[in-house]
Design a binder for this molecule. Structure first.
Ligand code: CTP
Length: 319
C-alpha cells in the first residue's frame, strides 16, 4: 500500500481525534526534523499520475472563447458563461510554468498563528502561498507579508469585503490586490454556482484599475484529480480544503514544503482556545455536517507526512 497509507482503524477514529485534540496526540517535534528527499520525489511522481500542477493550476486563454458555456465542476447541472472579462483575464500560459523553488511556505489560516512570531521565517521562503486573501499587514510579526500566490474563494467578497456594496469596500479590495503586485491570484470560479456575480465584480475591478496581479482559475479537473490522489492513499476527503489543495499543487514545484497555520482544532495542545481564523471571528464549521471539509483528517495526514520528512509542519512558535 505504500508509505502513505493510513490504516482503516486510524481513519475510523477521526472523530475521536477531534475530541482528543487537546491531548498530546499531535505533539510533534520540529527540532531535528529532516527532509526525506526520496519520499518527496516519490510523492511528486505519484501526484503527477493524477494531475500536473503546472497545467491544472489554471485554465488558459486558448481553452475557451467568450460566450462558451461550461458546467460547474461540483454541480454539473448548472452552467456558467465565459464572459469577455473573464476570458481577457485568463493567462496565456500557466503562471507556474517552469517555476521551481527550493523552499516554499503554505500558510493556512488557523488562529494557531497568533503569537507564533513566524512572520520572518515564513517570509524567508523562496515562494509563499496563502489562502483566501487573508490579511497580513496587521499580523506581519506572526504571519509575514510575502505572498507570491494567494487563493480567493468567491465567498471572500461577501465575507471580508461587504459584498462590494459600498465604494469603501471596493477601495479596500483594490488596495489589497494592489499590494500583491504581480503575484498569482488564484480564483476557483468553476466549482459551484453562487459566486459568479462576485467573480465578475472582481474581474471588472482588476481590469478597471489595471491591477498587475496575475489571475489564475483552476482547471475543471483539478479538484477531482486531487481527491483521486488522496483517495488512492486512503485519505477519504469529500472536498479537499484550500490548504490541502495548495500542498498538493506545491509538491510539483517545491523541493521543501513548510506548512504554517494548519490547526483545525478549537484548543491548542495545552488546552488554550485557538481561533478558527487568525484574522476574523468565523467559528469552527467542520463539527457540523454542513461543512464539506474534513480538516482534522487532513491534518492527521499532514502530521504523518511531517513525521516521515515529506513536509515540515509548524504549529508552535518560530523563535
Ligand atoms: N486551516 C486549518 N485550520 C484552521 C483553519 C484553516 O488547518 N483552523 C487550513 C485549511 O487547510 C484551510 C486553509 O488553512 O483550507 C485556509 O483556511 P480557510 O481560508 O478557512 O480555507 P477553507 O476553509 O478551505 O475555505 P472555505 O471555507 O472558503 O472553503
Amino acid at each position: 500500500d505504500g508509505e502513505l497509507s493510513l490504516s482503516r482503524s486510524m481513519l475510523n477514529s477521526s472523530d475521536k481525534i477531534i475530541q482528543k485534540s487537546g491531548s498530546s496526540i499531535f505533539q510533534h517535534s520540529v527540532e531535528g526534523w529532516k527532509i526525506n528527499s526520496s519520499l518527496v520525489l516519490e510523492i511528486r511522481k505519484n501526484i503527477l499520475r493524477f494531475l500536473d500542477a503546472e497545467r491544472d493550476v489554471s485554465v488558459v486563454k486558448s481553452s475557451f472563447k467568450p460566450g462558451d458555456v461550461i458546467h460547474y465542476v461540483l454541480d454539473r447541472r448548472r452552467t456558467l458563461n465565459i464572459s469577455q472579462d473573464l476570458h481577457s483575464l485568463l493567462p496565456e500560459v500557466s503562471p507556474m510554468k517552469n517555476r521551481r523553488f527550493k523552499t516554499c511556505a503554505v500558510v493556512g489560516n488557523s488562529g494557531i498563528l497568533l503569537d507564533s512570531e513566524c512572520g520572518k521565517e515564513i517570509d524567508s521562503h523562496d515562494f509563499v502561498i496563502r489562502c483566501n486573501l487573508a490579511p497580513v499587514v496587521e499580523f506581519a510579526a506572526d504571519v509575514g507579508t510575502k505572498s507570491d500566490f494567494i487563493t480567493m474563494n468567491p465567498s471572500v467578497v461577501q465575507r471580508a469585503f461587504g459584498g462590494f456594496r459600498n465604494e469603501s469596500d471596493r477601495e479596500k479590495f483594490v488596495h489589497r490586490l494592489s499590494m500583491l503586485n504581480d503575484s498569482v491570484l488564484w480564483i476557483p470560479a468553476f466549482m459551484v454556482k453562487g459566486g459568479e456575480k462576485h467573480v465578475e465584480w472582481v474581474n471588472a475591478l482588476i481590469l478597471k484599475n489595471k491591477l498587475k496581479v496575475r489571475t489564475a482559475y483552476p482547471s475543471l479537473r483539478l479538484i477531482h484529480a486531487v481527491r483521486g490522489y488522496w483517495l488512492t492513499n486512503k485519505v477519504h476527503i469529500k472536498r479537499p480544503s484550500t490548504g490541502l489543495l495548495m500542498y498538493t499543487l506545491a509538491t510539483r514545484f517545491c523541493d521543501e514544503i513548510h506548512l504554517y497555520g494548519f490547526w483545525p482544532f478549537p484548543k491548542d495542545l495545552y488546552g488554550k482556545p485557538v481561533k478558527y481564523h487568525y484574522y476574523d471571528d468565523l467559528k469552527y464549521r467542520y463539527f457540523s455536517n454542513a461543512s464539506p471539509h474534513r480538516m482534522p483528517l487532513e491534518f492527521k495526514t499532514l502530521h504523518m507526512l511531517h513525521n516521515q520528512g515529506a513536509l515540515k509542519l509548524t504549529t508552535g512558535k518560530c523563535v
